[in-house]
Design a protein around this ligand. Structure first.
Ligand code: KIV
Length: 272
């Protein structure tokens, strides 16, 4: 497979579709604040997701359900101020789009208007059809999210691999086709068998970004705090840790505490 790597000064929804055509894999990571977003963007990551995983990572909730639209807009605005190149996608949080399509559009408009974000992401397939269509009609790019959809965790009961059975796999394939036809610019597939994810990626023209969905898709996304090893209690098979920041930060904090208590910090050069 020959890979053409174009330079993108600014990544847009069109660039992502072009990357798929060019067999260039798409890199995506989460960010929820200015400082992290600046580093992620500076490293050339194509898409920054202000995920509702902020509910877990930033606020310490057990699930993604409690985070509010106002809180998502706060995180999104902080990220947008830092980003120069990446496409910034914001999760519509639980409760901001499921009840009716007009509310879904109102929520998406608030995100776009108040944060300056570039696109929104919604969990679900045909069951959120009217909301997806209404948001797209307003000119707001939509990323889909199928497979393990954490906002439905109480329906699933566990965070285990989804769509292992034929019936759920068939529904997922149909939902991916539906989201493509409706006009979504990409779809996240979370925690499903790699073979199924590859099949979906090959059956649609829009990029499929995987998390725990194998290597046959068009790009990968991870939660930044997980891949940096800051969340050391979380060990899913799909997670590759690029650093062990939990330990490194812990060591730095212990050293600082020791230096303060011993009077070693600040020294003569570190004062006025
Ligand atoms: O909220 C999030 O971080 C996500 C990713 C896991 C795709 O939706």
């Amino acid at each position: 497979m020959s890979v053409v790597k174009k330079e993108y000064k600014r990544v847009t929804v069109k660039s992502l579709v072009e990357m798929k055509k060019d067999n260039e894999k798409i890199s995506m990571l989460t960010a929820y604040d200015f400082t992290m977003a600046k580093i992620v963007d500076g490293a050339g990551i194509d898409v920054i997701l202000v995920g509702d995983s902020a509910s877990n990572v930033m606020a310490g909730h057990e699930t993604t359900l409690p985070i509010t639209l106002d809180q998502m807009i706060y995180h999104a605005s902080s990220v947008i101020r830092a980003v120069q190149r990446a496409l910034v996608v914001i999760d519509l949080p639980f409760g901001s789009y499921q009840s009716d399509p007009k509310e879904a559009l109102r929520s998406a408009i608030r995100i776009m208007k108040e944060s300056g974000a570039h696109a929104v992401k919604l969990e679900g397939g045909k069951e959120i059809k009217e909301s997806v269509k209404r948001i797209l009609h307003a000119g707001i790019p939509v990323m889909g999210h199928l497979g393990l959809t954490p906002q439905s965790i109480y329906k699933f009961g566990t965070y285990t691999v989804r769509a292992k059975e034929e019936e759920e796999a068939e529904k997922l394939k149909e939902d991916a086709k539906f989201l493509e036809k409706a006009g979504c610019f990409a779809i996240v597939l979370e925690k499903i068998p790699a073979k199924l994810a590859t099949e979906v990626a090959e059956s649609v023209s829009i990029p499929i970004i995987g998390i725990g969905a194998g290597n046959g898709v068009d790009g990968q996304v991870l939660v930044t705090h997980d891949m940096l090893g800051m969340t050391h209690e979380f060990h899913p098979r799909f997670l590759r840790r690029y650093l062990n920041l939990y330990e490194e930060m812990n060591n730095a904090f212990e050293q600082y505490s020791e230096d303060v208590k011993s009077g070693e910090f600040p020294n003569d050069e570190e004062q006025y």
